[in-house]
Design a binder for this molecule. Structure first.
Ligand code: SAM
Ligand code: SF4
Length: 332
């Protein structure tokens, strides 16, 4: 079996893999999904659990240490806890996490915890029911809140909230979400709206910038200081309020891209390997998996894909080309 790390042409070492387990979703956030007729991959094209586990197992000797399951909405994939159980049992995997919209979480938090999941990110942009409905085109704020409560009751090691920040829409949500973080002891991470929506409605002036969020929170609550234990390679810059209560993350993908320290790869639900959320090219790992390739061939294929990784996305330049797949289809 081939050993060694997954290093690209810019010297970046890859240690994290995001695996989309489905492109289906039970809601329709406007910045991710079209309201009607999302284009889903045919069911036969979706990677089976044993294929996902094989890929992760083969990437561990190449330096992948952390895996995050995402989608679409991962909790709509049947028997997800069985996948979690198999991944959690892999020797050498240092972290297994999941990102969910939380709608089905109150019911699934416990089987997932029993299967070995300890880290969960719940997507919640607002505590205001009307805005929640406007953003997601569905009426389920209480279900998401119940899911978060359930994770806290069960003792998940980390519960983080992902809030997409959209100018002209979510300004009023920032302070209430920060109070929510302070009250419950969860981390709230604000993510700048990125050009990955299905209807091409993104414009730069709809991005609520991280720097403004920081300023707003410091004025309305109290100053934030850099978190002493923050991971410098993580996309989120982390802060804590001066009194030590409440942790805030800022993911400034648009205003302050973190490409130079990017250490992530992505696997789409239909088995395409991607070296960037915004990549234009992708690599058909599923075809290889289903053509009887041996382990060494699969590892070599991934190595070659990583070697082709570009320096970074160019959102802030006129050269930027939006990837053909929207967020739900890539896996966020
Ligand atoms: N369905 C799950 C969820 O909503 O968390 C997992 C998949 S979703 C694509 C992953 C994350 O992407 C979400 O938590 C949301 O915060 C983020 N997201 C989706 N569309 C986005 C966009 N256009 N810009 C920035 N973040 C986005
Ligand atoms: Fe579904 Fe998540 Fe996309 Fe919202 S952001 S539509 S919950 S996949």
């Amino acid at each position: 079996m081939a050993d060694g790390q997954l290093v690209d042409g810019y010297g970046r070492v890859h240690t994290k893999l995001r695996v989309s387990v489905t492109d289906r979703c039970n809601i329709r956030c406007f910045y991710c999904m079209p309201e009607d007729n999302p284009e889903y991959a045919p069911r036969d094209d979706i990677l089976r659990f044993e294929e996902i586990v094989r890929v992760v197992r083969l990437l561990l000797p190449l330096g992948i240490r952390k895996v995050r399951l995402t989608g679409g909405e991962p909790l709509v994939r049947r028997h997800l806890d069985r996948l979690v159980e198999q991944l959690a049992a892999l020797e050498g995997l240092a972290g297994l996490a999941l990102t969910t919209n939380g709608l089905l979480l109150a019911r699934q938090a416990e089987p997932l915890y029993r299967a070995g999941l300890r880290h969960i990110n719940v997507h919640l942009d607002t505590l205001n029911p009307e805005r929640f409905r406007f953003i997601t085109r569905c009426d389920a704020l209480d279900d998401v809140l119940a899911g978060i409560d359930r994770c806290l009751e069960l003792g998940y090691e980390s519960v983080k909230i992902n809030a997409v920040a959209v100018r002209g829409l979510t300004e009023e949500d920032i302070v209430p979400l920060a109070h929510f973080a302070r009250r419950l002891g969860v981390t709230v991470r604000f993510i700048e709206f990125m050009p990955l929506d299905a209807r091409n409605s993104w414009e730069r002036d709809r991005v609520l910038f991280a720097a403004e969020i920081l300023e707003r929170l410091s004025e309305a609550i109290m100053p934030l200081v850099p978190a002493p234990d923050a991971d410098p390679t993580a996309p989120a810059q982390e802060f804590v309020f001066e009194d030590g209560v409440g942790r805030i993350g800022l993911i400034a993908s648009v205003s302050r891209p973190f490409c130079a320290s990017c250490n992530r790869l992505r696997l789409t639900a239909d088995g395409k390997l991607r070296y960037c959320l915004f990549a234009i090219e992708e690599f058909d790992l599923k075809r290889l998996l289903r053509s009887g390739a041996d382990d060494a061939e699969i590892q070599e294929f991934v190595r070659r894909a990583v070697a082709r990784k570009w320096e970074g996305h160019e959102i802030n330049t006129a050269r930027f080309i939006k990837p053909p797949r929207p967020m739900y289809s890539i896996g966020g």
